[in-house]
Design a protein around this ligand. Structure first.
Ligand code: AMP
Ligand code: MG
Length: 690
């Protein structure tokens, strides 16, 4: 998420101090930075929370990070209340009104008295109800019976948010009313403290670095898994959900016009926030209007902006995690190394030694890797083996090759620096450091890092199931006899294998004849079994181009005319909500379009972070005059450090695909390439192909 760098979500509480140990119904906060989550923070009371928030804001401001600070209580009341109380419609004036009246300490506060005071202004039978104290308060009914509210029971946004509580209720389960009373004064003070650096949504333009936003975790966060306190889970999940949004999605959610009542962030966008079940929008493949040939980068930007993950999540043990996509950020539970240790075999002692000869008595025994650290008296040395935790009293190690060993002493020639040949605790990774980012395709090396820091399993995206379908009356299955005029289906084996190498689950959907009804039946049959479909052939606008015709009938299709060679129009659309990539039939175009367009799109659907394939500038071993207008991909390989290209650019030449080990990418502009000129080469490996 680049609109905000840091997301903090706070679950507020109107109650009193909850004690030193993490409990439910206290204040909980969770921070997520760029998809990486800190451990949720327990805040025992509001004073502690206010200090913590001020500290966090100051640190984020200093680091130049933009902050989304979400609080789970209403920022305003139903229409009319603010004006009745303050004489104007600005909810921020109401914040100050509360701030001036509410008295709060860890043990007691005057919220019921203030509620009664307000009610008395309205003739005493509402809008607030629910006195939680033993003593009676004039004007504040204990229950809702006989109560009269001159205002609406709910704000407009609350009528859309299923299960939201009314802000007029001051006590009892789910009494949002108390949270508002006890929350707004804190926000009002933070607003003053960070004046000019903090703005409140949706009442002020969000230009400053910190945005304070009303959220409601129950909108999108499911039940807590075992071992989690509900509030703790809700804040960390909500922070993860918002932290995982793309800037355009955040902007769409912030685009609310409710200057008096405020709103709930994400309302109407629940599916996007939940990500796992988010249906794609019907127009997810829309291209800009009026552009005849869309440049490659613009087409890719569209995919990047409009496609959202469609896969759920599961936890897998580390051993099964390589190649999977991290669904959540992970923080090191333990430092690496956990304790200071020795990097070599040698002798350990305390402190530096200057130039000249040194002689140190040896203590008995030794410290080896895995030993619990003992202690060494000052002035003594101990035998240490690589990886051993340093005993107490040891911070420096000399290599065994550099000492003379006597019966009960060592002697060596200085100097030795303090800390020599040792590794500091946490010098590699400190506990709490991010060790995995959401959206990362987990590498083999990541497994070492995760294991070293004590992570046994990771939450990953379920694998994306990708159906592959060939179309064309001319195709026969390899292994069958091919009649006159028939050709073997070359695309399907290739595309199925590419899908697998991209890390998804390939699903063979077979071959469809050039017959609309048959193709329709096959697509219908695939719905429910796949998350995305790649077809080849029949994607243009000819008589037998049934893929585009059918997707067009379904109403959610765009023909992508992309300024690229090789490539013919692609038909991108949704079939019963399943994204379909209609590739050209020509195997060369099918492969290139898969690498350039389908691969990043599938990655995005699978929940992976967007990644541009690594390209290298290499001297050309060919000459070519390229016209302006479209991007070209040439089948290429590296021979003696230079990029050779396949002799023929003919798009039916499958042999050239097999010959190639990568692609040369030539930009849209005109270019006269001579031998030795630098060209951009992308090895197939950069696309994830083996
Ligand atoms: P189409 O996009 O259906 O017009 O097909 C373009 C060209 O690609 C035609 O020459 C087709 O015969 C060929 N073609 C289509 N599908 C395949 C396939 N699965 N394997 C090999 N060639 C194909
Ligand atoms: Mg065809």
């Amino acid at each position: 998420m680049s609109r905000f760098d840091t997301v903090v979500i706070v679950d507020w509480s109107g109650g009193n101090d909850r004690g030193p140990h993490p409990k439910a119904d206290a204040i909980w906060a969770a921070v997520n930075r760029g998809g990486a989550a800190d451990a949720p923070v327990y805040l025992r009371n509001r004073q502690v929370a206010e200090d913590w928030l001020a500290g966090l804001f100051a640190a984020e401001l200093a680091a130049g990070r933009r902050v989304f600070a979400g609080f789970d209580f209403p920022f305003a009341y139903p229409k009319g209340f603010c004006e009745a109380l303050t004489g104007g419609q600005d909810p921020l004036v109401l914040w100050d009104w509360f701030e001036a009246r509410i008295e709060d300490s860890a043990k007691a506060n005057n919220r019921f008295d203030i509620a009664g005071e307000v009610n008395r202004l309205f003739k005493g039978c509402g809008p607030f109800w629910g006195n939680g104290l033993d003593r009676d308060i004039a004007g504040l009914p204990r229950r809702k019976d006989g109560y009269h509210n001159p205002f609406a029971d709910r704000r407009a946004c609350e009528t859309q948010a299923k299960g939201a509580f009314t802000c007029w209720q001051m006590s009892g389960a789910g009494s949002v009313g108390s949270q508002v009373f006890m929350g707004l004064p804190v926000l009002a003070r933070l607003r003053r403290r960070f004046a000019g650096q903090l703005a409140v949504w949706p009442f002020e333009p969000l230009t400053p670095q910190i945005a304070v936003v009303e959220v409601w975790p129950s909108l999108t966060v499911g039940p807590a898994p075992e071992g989690w306190i509900k509030d703790q889970w809700q804040v960390s999940e909500m922070a993860r959900q918002i932290g995982g949004l793309m800037p355009e999605q955040v902007d769409a959610m912030l685009d609310v016009d409710a200057p008096e009542e405020g709103g709930i962030f994400g309302l109407g966008h629940e599916a996007v926030l939940k990500a796992e079940a988010a249906p794609l929008r019907n127009d997810c493949f829309a291209l800009p209007h009026g552009v005849h040939w869309t440049p490659v980068d613009e087409a890719l930007d569209r995919l990047r902006q409009q496609l959202t993950p469609v896969t759920g999540m599961e936890t897998v043990p580390l051993a099964a995690a390589a190649g999977r996509i991290a669904a959540q950020g992970v923080f090191a539970p333990r430092a690496n190394p956990p304790l200071p240790n020795t990097a070599v075999d040698g002798y350990g002692f305390a402190g530096a030694r200057g130039a000249g000869m040194h002689r140190l008595p040896l203590v008995a025994g030794r410290a080896a890797a895995g030993d619990a650290p003992g202690a060494v008296p000052a002035g003594y040395a101990i035998r240490v083996l690589t990886g051993a935790a340093l005993p107490e009293g040891v911070d420096t190690v000399i290599l065994q090759e550099d000492v003379k060993v006597g019966a009960d002493y060592i002697a060596f020639n200085g100097a030795v620096k303090e800390g020599a040949n040792t590794r500091r605790a946490g010098e590699d990774v400190a506990a709490g450091d991010p060790v995995l980012r959401a959206g990362r395709v987990i590498t083999t090396a990541d497994l070492a890092l995760l294991a070293a820091t004590g992570v046994a399993g990771v939450m990953v995206r379920k694998r994306l199931r990708v159906g592959v379908l060939s179309t064309g009356d001319e195709l026969v299955e390899v292994g069958e006899a091919a009649g006159t005029g028939q050709i073997y289906d070359a695309n399907r084996p290739m595309l199925l294998a590419m899908v697998a190498q991209f890390g998804h689950l390939p699903v063979d959907l077979g071959r469809a004849p050039d017959d609309r009804a048959a193709l329709r039946a096959m697509l219908d049959g695939a719905v429910g079994n796949v998350d995305a479909i790649i077809t080849s052939g029949g994607a243009s606008a000819g008589d037998e181009d049934h893929v585009s015709a059918l997707l067009g009938e379904a109403g959610a299709m765009t023909i992508w005319r992309i300024a690229v060679k090789p490539g013919r129009p692609l038909a991108l659309g949704l079939w019963e909500g399943v994204p379909v990539f209609g590739l050209p039939g020509n195997p060369v175009a099918a492969m290139v379009c898969t690498l350039v367009f389908a691969r990043p799109a599938l990655a995005q659907l699978a929940g992976a972070a967007w990644a541009v394939p690594q390209a290298f500038d290499v001297p050309a071993a060919f000459a070519k005059r390229k016209k302006a207008g479209r991007r070209e991909y040439l089948r290429a390989r590296i021979v003696e450090g230079r990029a050779e290209v396949f002799g023929s650019e003919g798009s039916g030449r499958i042999s050239g695909l097999s010959w190639a080990e990568g692609l040369v990418e030539l930009d849209e502009g005109a270019r006269d390439i001579g031998y030795g000129d630098a060209v951009r080469y992308i090895p197939f490996g950069s696309f994830g192909l083996g």
